[in-house]
Ligand binder design. Sequence first.
Ligand code: KMT
Ligand code: NI
Length: 192
Amino acid sequence: MHAYYFDNLPTDQRLPHITDPARPVSPETLAKLGVLSWVVPVPPHAASPSNSQGISEEEDCEVNRVAKERGYKNRDVINVSREGMGAVYDEKIRGFFEEHMHEDEEIRYILSGSGFFDVREMPTDAWIRIAVAPGDLLVLPAGIYHRFTLDTKDQIRALRLFKVGSFPPLLRFSATSIRLSRVATLGGLTGG
Ligand code: KMT
Ligand code: NI
């Protein structure tokens, strides 16, 4: 896992988008936003692309210890690739990259492939890009605005852990408009 400020250039979302010079973001800065990360080596059975279960709740491993400690109840494996998603691939790719948030804390544990999670820094509103690879375990706090994109390798498989219910939340399609109206309200109140 490495993180840095996103360059905001309107090129292919799957490119790294590192600024020149790069502006790295430390794990401490991420932790202040509630974004926590660990590296947990992926067991061979879960790393295999044909595996669709990921890590079962019975396995004795760090992922399950974190999940139990933090009160997680549900999980699934998502294979974000053209092969893995079929007809809904383009729509899903678009949806993941639309700024959204989840009502509850969620975990992503990368089993294979790679990609980028962008999280909004508060109160600056800057995008922080988090590059993830196999073994990265990422905690996204409740309510953080974020988006996801594949990189140019076009493939990631991740275990998703949920505290309640199931993905996707209803909020995801209105998240950007809610956030923008909040910004507008703040602007109005301060006269800026
Ligand atoms: C999210 O919350 O944006 C996602 O789950 C993206 C896909 S996980 C690799
Ligand atoms: Ni999300």
